[in-house]
Design a protein around this ligand. Structure first.
Ligand SMILES: Cc1cc2nc3c(=O)[nH]c(=O)nc-3n(C[C@H](O)[C@H](O)[C@H](O)COP(=O)(O)OP(=O)(O)OC[C@H]3O[C@@H](n4cnc5c(N)ncnc54)[C@H](O)[C@@H]3O)c2cc1C
Length: 475
């Protein structure tokens, strides 16, 4: 007779938790999963499901040559070697096999080049050395659906509406959890409770850069992202990795939704700094654009502005929550966008030198509408996104400007520090027996730079799967 109720208890039913539960069951463990919300999925379900992985069958079918070594080098370089190489190498080694595992259990990723995060296939986010971002059919929802089918096939019990309160510890080993006041014993526990984006106090402590969004700050991470992993970790003296890091996306001042609902800014737009100068590819990858914008905000101690014209406003497609031609006039009325009859007047309102702004727009008009961008190579970014016609010039009056700032909080990286077996480490970097963590709750893989094109989903599912295997073995 087993001493515990289950071999493995999984806390959280997003991507990491489902991957952990299924892989533990594949190893013969009895598993139960607790989910605080009324449905499974967490942020994973909200995501595009983009998954970064090297040396996959999809890449091979498309003739993309890629290796673990190459992925590792790119990952570490982009993160300025601020992460532990042993852990990152393990992640790079396992991401490809995890993607193959997902394909085996039913995730569909067609072997076709995709121009964006919405079309299934192989795409890129703009900072990869090779195309490495795998977009599944039905995106994050598709991943969760398939993992949940596998979960059901293994008979893994799920308890919804149940927020695990704390861990049980026996003789220095994590031995179960308390949920709804009930104690449940297990051979091992996997913490997969996601990030901390929804808890303002924890954001202030662990990701204060997010506060640069000011009044425009909004959170798209799932409601369950309350940082419970940190309380579990504190209970057992766990170390935390990823302090101060997370992913913010730059948006216009008035935007309050992820781009699928918000809509998209006009293609014919130029971003200018406090000197009225252009400084970036306006479509730069989300992996680097926040850094580009905040560095200009700091350098000039002034906002960054997006400038566009009346033709661009009128061309906005209807039906989106924020980027809509009529709603833009409301934004002007309420002060989150400004309008002027000339660029000189606009420059006066936004506080940049008029001669610089007009020169910037002239240069933009000389280049982009002719299909080139000698300064920032945006023509290449547009082509990679599948754009076939160059943007129209910026020139029809009135002109508009709105601040661009990092205000959309997507995910956080401060998690319980793990080793290359997904074991949670204590303050002396020793594994805490019986405790594993994965996804945003596990720290050490998501770094100071988001490795675009599926970094966080790959982390959740790859380390989730590893944690499930290790937990099953240790139980
Ligand atoms: C809109 C959006 C788009 C994104 N797009 C991408 C993308 O395309 N590619 C990419 O790589 N990343 C993307 N990300 C980030 C990525 O989705 C997440 O980092 C990743 O899915 C997190 O997985 P997770 O399993 O750690 O957490 P989650 O998927 O959030 O799962 C955690 C679960 O734990 C539950 N929980 C929390 N506390 C408890 C508790 N105490 N007891 C029980 N249950 C609990 C939560 O309710 C939640 O269901 C996106 C994020 C968002 C919000």
């Amino acid at each position: 007779m087993s001493e515990h109720d289950y071999d493995v208890i999984v806390i959280g039913g997003g991507g990491a938790g489902l991957a952990a539960a299924v892989s533990a069951a594949e190893r013969g463990a009895s598993v139960i999963l607790f989910e605080s919300e009324g449905e499974l999925g967490g942020s994973t379900q909200e995501s595009a499901g983009m998954f970064t992985a090297a040396g996959t069958s999809i890449q091979k079918q498309l003739g993309v040559e890629d290796t673990v070594e190459r992925f590792f080098q790119h990952y570490m370089d982009l993160n300025q070697w601020l992460l532990k190489p042993g852990l990152v190498r393990r992640f790079c080694e396992l991401s490809g096999p995890t993607l193959e595992w997902l394909l085996e259990i039913g995730v569909e990723i067609p072997a076709q080049i995709s121009p964006n995060a919405h079309t299934p296939g192989l795409t890129r986010a703009g900072v990869e050395d090779v195309w490495r971002a795998h977009v599944p059919k039905d995106q994050g929802y598709g991943l969760v659906l398939t993992l949940d089918k596998a979960r059901k096939a293994h008979g893994i019990e799920v308890v919804l509406h149940t927020r695990v309160e704390r861990l049980l510890v026996t003789d220095g080993r994590v031995s179960g959890v308390v949920a709804d006041g009930v104690e449940l014993a297990a051979g091992a526990v996997v913490v997969a409770s996601g990030g901390l984006a929804q808890d303002r106090t924890l954001v202030e402590r662990w990701f204060p850069d997010a506060l640069r969004g000011g009044d425009s700050l909004f959170v798209v991470a799932a409601p369950g992202s309350r940082g419970d992993h940190l309380a579990f970790g504190e209970q057992v003296g766990a170390s935390v990795a990823g302090d101060g890091w997370g992913l913010m996306l730059p948006t216009a001042e008035f935007v309050r939704h992820h781009h699928w609902q918000a809509g998209f800014p006009p293609v014919s737009r130029v971003h200018v700094n406090g000197a009225g100068r252009r400084f970036m590819d306006e479509d730069a990858s989300y992996a680097v654009s926040t850094g580009q914008i905040t560095s200009q905000m700091d350098a000039h101690d002034a906002p960054v502005w997006m400038v566009f014209d009346e033709a661009a406003r009128l061309a906005l497609p209807a039906g989106y929550a924020d980027w809509d031609a009529e709603k833009l006039l409301d934004h002007v009325a309420e002060g989150s966008a400004v309008r002027a009859t000339s660029l000189e007047e606009l420059a006066g309102i936004i506080g940049v030198p008029a001669e610089n702004l007009t020169a910037t727009v002239d240069r933009w008009n000389d280049q982009l509408p002719n299909g080139s961008d000698a300064d920032f190579q945006r023509d290449q970014t547009l082509a990679a996104k599948g754009s076939t016609t160059p943007p129209a010039p910026i020139g029809s009056t009135p002109f508009y400007a709105t601040r661009v700032l990092p205000a959309e909080l997507v995910c956080t990286h401060a998690g319980l520090e793990i080793d290359a077996n997904a074991s949670v480490l204590d303050q002396q970097a020793r594994p805490i027996p019986g405790l594993y963590a994965a996804g945003e709750a596990g720290g050490g893989i998501l770094g100071n730079r988001y490795v675009g094109g599926g970094n966080a989903v790959a982390n959740a599912l790859t380390i989730g799967r590893l944690a499930g295997q290790q937990a099953a073995a240790s139980a």
